[in-house]
Design a protein. Structure first.
Length: 569
DNA sequence: AAGCCCCAG
DNA sequence: CATTCTGGGGCTT
């Protein structure tokens, strides 16, 4: 094994990370809304399936995404609550997020019910005068415990303090919001998340370095590792390996041939228990959308009605958010007998003037305008002159116009040395016209290239040949061809240069690179945001070599990797 | 910028 | 597998 991507082992344990997961989140929210549901088996229903359930229902064997009929067979007295509108869950989710934020600036949301918290600074502060009692469970597997890994870098004390902080946060969430949670405490995100689910519900668990190897070995396959999804797993399985030790023992260069260098490094590191990815503060979402699946929509007027309903609900969410969106995305899922129900999306920019001074509803004129745009996008996807069969419609607003927008941050404008970013932002803002006319949608027909795998039945050994052709493509793309474009390189260099000039002190006032006179004039919340931005930038840059720009199978978009590997269909 | 893919709960 | 209803991010074009 090569360790070329590993950082200083002392730094590997330097952070204290907590992962908090709300127990059966939707069910708890429904019980808070209606306490009568507290002591009955409860399932949350979306369309024909139970998406989650409380622990009473789980005792009957009810599982996530089980058909309603199946669930009723297992538990005839199952009570169902409709959870198709996520509004209440979204609201509770942000309350939880706000509560946690009082303990650290760095809180990262994952879905509606999970949060990562970097409490490194808090833990170090508390080291001075706290006892090191561990609260909650400690992950232990005495046979697997590796005393060579006993660490004296101070992580034991920090993680112990971490258990106290986690306990305090969970207590706070319970008393303020009435929700029970689980927590995992360790020195990186992956380990914190994984270990938290070893004791459920309403418990917490800490993982120390000497137990990491044993813990990882206890996982039955690499599929359990967050970041290794279905596709990656299926690809690695074609090598005849699937457990963590098997991946670690497999020759790295062979893995690289299949997966590319970056992805391989990431996967191998995760298998070792090494995850440098920083806890990124979650700000406002980058998109706000709604979708509704349905049995069968085949008339244009039905489509219009559905979109209108979605739009009214969506506008409320956008109004609550406060920012003004500049692009609109339409999603359509067509009925497809060859099972792959993939969604098709089309997007276009919308004039921001539609949203100027609106509160929670649009003017009728603006609504008509947007519906017209929606239908234009829809016609790009569906030819209404031919019979059609739609099973899902969705709308989503993105690219928000706001001074506190994640990408177009104030901080990036103020950082004198990150000029490239600032220039592109300005260009973007100028390109937004006040023209109310509907954007031109070209008449170009969407010719869908049907890449069905039906010919595989003809081939004697389709699997092998497909894998080989995949290998061939991989090899082509692995070497000189995939160097970044010159323009990308220049931006990257500029970024790096600007980062080098930032020193590493934990100063909480004006960050380096920002004009102090300008900074001092700003309101305190904006100052805070700039400081947070700066911190996030620092964290990402220090781990850039491993975590940046890694998509697993970047190079073969067209036919997904599975097309080469999975043919038995 | 648009379209496609992968990942997460 | 996806199924629900979302959200994030990366790459190619």
């Amino acid at each position: 094994m090569d360790h070329e991507n590993f950082e200083n082992p002392m730094e590997e344990h330097s952070r204290t990370i907590i992962h908090i997961d709300i127990d059966c989140f939707y069910a708890q929210v429904e019980i808070l809304k209606n306490p009568n549901l507290k002591n009955v088996p409860l399932g949350i229903q979306q369309k024909n399936i139970v998406v989650t359930s409380n622990y009473i229902a789980r005792e009957y064997g009810i599982k996530k995404c089980m058909q309603i009929v199946e669930a009723k067979k297992l538990c005839p007295e199952l009570v169902l609550a409709n959870g198709e509108d996520l509004k209440d869950y979204r609201e509770m989710s942000s309350k939880v997020h706000e509560t946690i934020r009082k303990y650290s600036q760095a809180v990262e949301k994952l879905g509606l019910d999970e949060n990562f918290i970097d409490v490194s600074i808090l833990a170090k502060e508390k080291l001075v005068n706290e006892k090191f009692d561990i609260i909650g469970n400690k992950y232990e597997n005495l046979e697997q415990e590796n005393m060579n890994e006993l660490c004296y870098c101070g992580c034991r004390q920090r993680l112990s303090i971490g258990t106290q902080i986690a306990n305090e946060i969970r207590q706070k969430i319970f008393t303020d919001l009435g929700l029970t949670t689980c927590a995992g405490i360790s020195y990186n995100k992956m380990l914190a998340k994984l270990v938290g689910s070893t004791h459920k519900p309403n418990q917490q668990t800490v993982l120390f370095p000497e137990n990491v190897q044993g813990f990882l070995r206890s996982l039955k396959s690499i599929r359990s590792i967050p970041g290794i999804g279905y596709k990656t797993y299926e690809v690695i399985k074609t090598l005849g390996i699937q457990t963590i030790p098997e991946v670690l023992d497999y020759p790295t260069d062979k893995l690289q041939e299949l997966l590319g260098k970056e992805s391989t490094a990431k996967i191998v590191n995760l298998c070792r228990g090494y995850d440098p990815s920083p806890v990124k503060s979650s700000g406002k979402p980058l998109s706000i959308g709604l979708e509704d699946s349905c049995r069968n929509i085949n008339g244009k007027s039905e489509v219009e009605i559905k979109f209108k309903q979605l739009l009214t609900r969506l506008i409320e969410l956008v109004a609550k958010d406060g920012r003004i969106p500049t692009t609109l995305k339409v999603t359509v899922r067509k009925f497809d007998k060859s099972q792959t129900s993939h969604r098709e999306q089309k997007q276009t920019s919308i004039p921001p003037s539609i949203f100027t001074n609106f509160t929670s509803t649009l003017t009728e004129k603006s609504e008509k305008k947007i519906l017209l745009i929606i239908m234009k996008l829809f016609h790009k996807i569906v030819d209404v002159n031919k019979p059609f069969h739609i099973t899902l419609l969705g709308l989503s607003f993105t690219k928000f116009l706001d001074r506190l927008n994640n990408k177009n941050t104030i901080a990036s404008f103020l950082m004198k040395n990150v000029t490239v970013q600032a220039v592109t932002n300005l260009q973007n803002n100028e390109s937004i016209t006040m023209d109310d006319s509907v954007p031109d949608t070209s008449l170009r027909r969407t010719n869908i290239i049907e890449t069905d795998g039906s010919e595989s039945e003809v081939e004697p050994s389709p699997k092998k040949s497909k894998i080989e052709s995949f290998f061939a493509k991989r090899r082509c793309l692995s070497s000189p061809m995939d160097s970044p474009s010159p323009s990308k390189l220049r931006v990257a260099e500029l970024r790096l240069n600007s980062m080098e000039r930032i020193n590493e002190n934990e100063v909480l006032d004006c960050p380096p690179g920002v004009d102090p006179t300008v900074f001092s004039e700003l309101p305190s919340d904006v100052q805070q945001e700039i400081v947070n931005d700066w911190k996030n930038n620092q964290q990402t840059s220090s781990s850039a070599s491993v975590s940046r720009s890694q998509s697993n199978f970047s190079k073969n978009n067209k036919n997904s990797i599975l097309n080469y590997l999975i043919t038995d269909k």
